[in-house]
Design a protein around this ligand. Structure first.
Ligand SMILES: *Cc1c(COP(=O)(O)O)cnc(C)c1O
Length: 376
């Protein structure tokens, strides 16, 4: 009898759609015979400036001792993060990117018979880690597309209404990817108050450092009162270290203890540990990156409006824009022009494209290429 590995796989994995990463520059260069440095890639919400030069130098130095295992406890980085966030180091869990931490939460708390709650159009990794754990995904309807504050954003009341006795995790992306929308302090406090203690609330703050709105709620303020809260952060976005893979969770010590039991030893490599720490120290570089991002957001949003398109107002480092036709086709027409953006049909936004904020010049290139493609 022939072996069918698909029928042998766990049920949640049989139906799983893998995460679709942004198209790499090298792949496009090969496909169209383009020079790699002529290509503008605004597809994966990376920092167009790269990392802090100090972080790069720290990583390069760290590589010299790559014959040694990394510090499996990430001692120094956890101490630095703890001081920054006013918690103890044993409240921190390090991950190989924050995706790793999201997976640790799912593997620690989800299983068949349990469920996770998240919003439609929320980050793609939530359904993936939920399915791998064999848990049920309960998807809340988002705010309406014409909501004045956060079109397509999280409706925390709809999310809270889906929580039941079997819910163990609620995922909130704040700001959310791919919508760029955010949940304000009142809404987040309401959600935390309504979710019972048997469900872990994960507030995924991968883009929190980008947000300049003064009333954006830093979820860590609720940690002392909410023992089931987990806040995740990433070094991949504004810190410019996506290729090194580093992220973290900040939580109660009990949750951190559990996540650290499940965590693979040495999940964060030597170069990433060193670079992350140096990146945190370079506050001037961060402040410049945030300022450049905010200017770029405004440039993209007004550029899209000038093309007659409707962007979703964003506070992150990307804008999703309704292009009034299938986004996949526009994405493909942009490729031969050396422009890579991100179609978001997989997020149930088939007529939107997600464009990462680049340098002023890169933003201009994308807007010009889109003008050509949309008028063709
Ligand atoms: C990019 C992203 C992450 C994870 O990034 P890592 O590279 O794994 O740190 C997490 N959450 C959201 C919402 C993201 O967009």
């Amino acid at each position: 009898m022939a072996c069918d590995p698909y029928s042998l796989a766990l049920p949640g994995i049989q139906g799983l759609a893998p995460y679709e990463p942004g198209k790499p520059i090298e792949t496009l260069a090969r496909e169209y015979g383009l020079a790699p440095d002529s290509i503008v890639k605004l597809a994966s919400n990376e920092n167009p400036r790269g990392p802090s030069p100090k972080a790069l130098e720290a990583a390069q130095q760290a590589v010299a001792s790559c014959h040694r295992y990394p510090d499996g406890n990430g001692t120094e980085l956890r101490e630095t993060l703890a001081a920054r966030h006013s918690v103890e180091p044993d409240a921190i869990t390090l991950g190989n990117g924050s995706n790793d931490v999201l997976d640790l939460v799912a593997r620690t708390f989800l299983a068949p018979g349990r469920n996770a709650v998240f919003s439609r159009h929320a980050f793609a990794v939530y359904p993936i880690v939920t399915a791998i754990a064999g848990a049920e995904a309960r998807v809340a309807e988002p705010l309406p597309s014409d909501d004045p504050g956060a079109p397509y954003g999280h409706d925390v009341d709809a999310m809270a209404a889906l929580v039941d006795a079997d819910t163990r995790v609620v995922f909130v992306a704040n700001p959310n990817n791919p919508t760029g929308t955010w949940v304000d302090g009142d809404a987040l406090a309401r959600l935390l108050a309504r979710v019972p203690d048997h469900a872990i609330v994960v507030v995924d703050e991968a883009y929190a450092e980008c947000v300049e709105a003064s009333d954006f709620p830093q979820a860590m303020q609720w940690l002392p009162d909410h023992p089931s809260l987990v806040v995740t952060r990433s070094f991949s976005k504004i810190f410019g270290l996506a290729g090194l893979r580093c992220g973290c969770a900040v939580s109660s010590r009990a949750i951190a203890d559990l996540l650290n039991r499940v965590r693979h030893p040495f999940n964060v490599n030597t170069a990433a540990l060193a670079a992350a720490e140096a990146a945190l120290a370079d506050e001037a570089f961060m402040a410049e990156s945030v300022a450049i991002n905010s200017a770029g957001l405004a440039q993209l949003e007004s550029g899209f409006r000038a093309l007659g398109l409707t962007p979703i107002p964003s506070v992150a480092n990307f804008v999703s824009v309704d292009v009034g036709r299938p986004g996949q086709a526009v994405f493909e027409s942009l490729l031969p022009r050396g422009v890579i953006v991100r179609p978001v049909g997989g997020y149930e936004l088939p007529n939107h494209l997600r464009v990462t904020v680049g340098t002023a010049q890169e933003n201009e290139r994308v807007l010009e290429a889109m003008a050509e493609v949309l008028s063709a």
